[in-house]
Design a protein around this ligand. Sequence first.
Ligand code: GNR
Ligand code: NI
Length: 167
Amino acid sequence: MALLHILHYPDPRLRVKAAPVDQVDEAVRRLVDDMFETMYDAPGIGLAAPQVNVARRIIVLDVSEKRDEPLALINPEILHQEEREKMEEGCLSVPGIYEMVERAARIRVRALDPDGRPFEMEAEGLQAVCIQHEIDHLDGRLFVDYLTEMKRRRIRKKLEKLRRHTM
Ligand code: GNR
Ligand code: NI
């Protein structure tokens, strides 16, 4: 197991569209394990492979209170979505920023598990928000993209300044 480095906005590598996983092998399972370790350590409720500089369609999440319900989705696809709801979001790649984002309230998702077996699930509430947030990462999209240009610019300046001070 290993802790992975998380990329920060506005790193251009967060904007790359991730490619599907064609073979769920040992290397993919090792990456999933490292992503879980990195997510729990951060701590975060989700993590997408592009955030750790791997342009593959792999996400991990755990929205449980006790942090004991790990869920890995490989090549996730949203089959169905209904209703819209606003929730406050944050992102490990946009540290210290929290803003309201509107997304589907309930979704049905298809994915492969770490054994390469297809499965489907329904999600709502925070879990639905998290899955949509992570799939956005796979498509090179960040939650700040849903904000106004003015807010996004302010966030970019703030993080660039923060980086200059810590370098
Ligand atoms: O840890 C995280 N919390 C969170 C809160 C509200 C909506 C989405 C998230 S995901 C985020 C971790 C992360 O950046 N995943 O990509
Ligand atoms: Ni994120």
